[in-house]
Design a protein around this ligand. Sequence first.
Ligand code: NDP
Length: 237
Amino acid sequence: MSLDKVVLVTGGNRGIGRAIAERFVSTGYTKVAVTARSGEGPAGTLTVPADVTDAASLDAAFTEIEATLGAVEIVVANAGITRDTLLLRMSEQDFDDVVATNLGGTFRVVKRAAKGLLKARWGRVILISSVVGLYGSAGQINYSSSKAALVGFARSLTRELGGRGITANVVAPGFIETDMTAELPEATQAEYKKNIPAGRFASADEVAGVVTWLASDDAAYISGAVIPVDGGLGMGH
Ligand code: NDP
């Protein structure tokens, strides 16, 4: 395994992104960068400030990483938000903000990274989607649409860049214990749990292990795949 590849995880200051960055470091990767709007990434990472809705701030972040660690080779597009409410109450702003972060942010990050991946003729693009992208979720029209779109994104990228040693895959977590899910009402959490065959929620580290595996040589022939990490919640989707 090439542990000297340059890794970038967006939103690496907390939640799933932080656990992913921690797992890259504990696996032995020596060049791990995270973006953060606030706070810091875990020990052993380079933290660069960036807002994924802002191409200029991302460009500055990449430039700093390139100067310090080298060109990014493993991109984990993780930063994401929710603005949950039922369709009839959902404002255009609620819709646009979520799409601009979850889908637009992924576009901006991957586009900025692509030149370097093409030059290296090697790359791993890993997009953090969600089980609700394909399963659907009442109150999450904006969020589930933005997450479903990542499947088309990864598959189109696979068709564009798959011949250049670059893979693009989607990881679709189910219910992971982070700040994002802590916001959900108790009743919603209980409802989810009833429907999860594993009968429990997961830790962010259980997502992280799948991401580092997708980045490894063992996953070199996997591209355009959607890997669920959901305890069976979304089976068949
Ligand atoms: P958190 O809310 O705990 O963390 C979200 C992260 O994204 C934070 O680091 C946050 O930065 C960052 N972020 C949000 N907006 C922006 C932005 N505009 N620019 C840069 N960074 C931004 O979420 P999770 O860790 O739970 O979720 C991480 C990913 O996993 C998301 O894409 C989410 O949709 C997905 N996911 C989560 C699931 C769960 O059950 N928790 C299930 C399925 C998918 P800051 O601290 O500055 O706000």
